[in-house]
Design a protein around this ligand. Sequence first.
Ligand code: ZN
Length: 187
Amino acid sequence: MVNLARVLIPMLMQRYVEQMVEDIRKATWNVRPPRDIWYYADPLYDVELEDFSDLEKYFYGEEEPVSQITGIDAELLPPPDRLSENQKTLLTEELDNLLQVNHFKLLFPGKFPLNLRYAFIRKFWSETHVALSFGENEIEFCDYEKIFCPFPGYCDSCDEIEEEMRYDARWEEKTDFFEEGDDDIPF
Ligand SMILES: [Zn+2]
């Protein structure tokens, strides 16, 4: 007997993901207009944009669920282990696009695979944040401490910081050596 569930469930999931992609694309049409505060910003200056982002967060600092900001319910996003690698990659691209429209920039290491990003994005969807109406709201997952890094093997920032710390430690060893040497001088 053919195991119907084994055939049907992936088919249904594929249909579900395709419907989801359509809904995500539709959600990108509902963009909030920039708030008045942005009238004074010069879009050519990144530094200024950052300042204005902080100002907007300060003045309009009401946090909202990401679901509400984006118009896509967090519960609609399937758990990563129910999706194929291709489905996770596809949803990552579409959801990331919707986040960008809403001025969120999730910071992943460049070489971190798209299918693995899905779990982070799905979790982010259950968080609350201040919705910016312009500029970029950068979201970091890595605290630049290698043992806690959520992207082991992919994170250049953590590798660079570790290398710098190793360099500093070597430098300290060297200076310790000179200091000890000084003690040996008999006058
Ligand atoms: Zn890291």
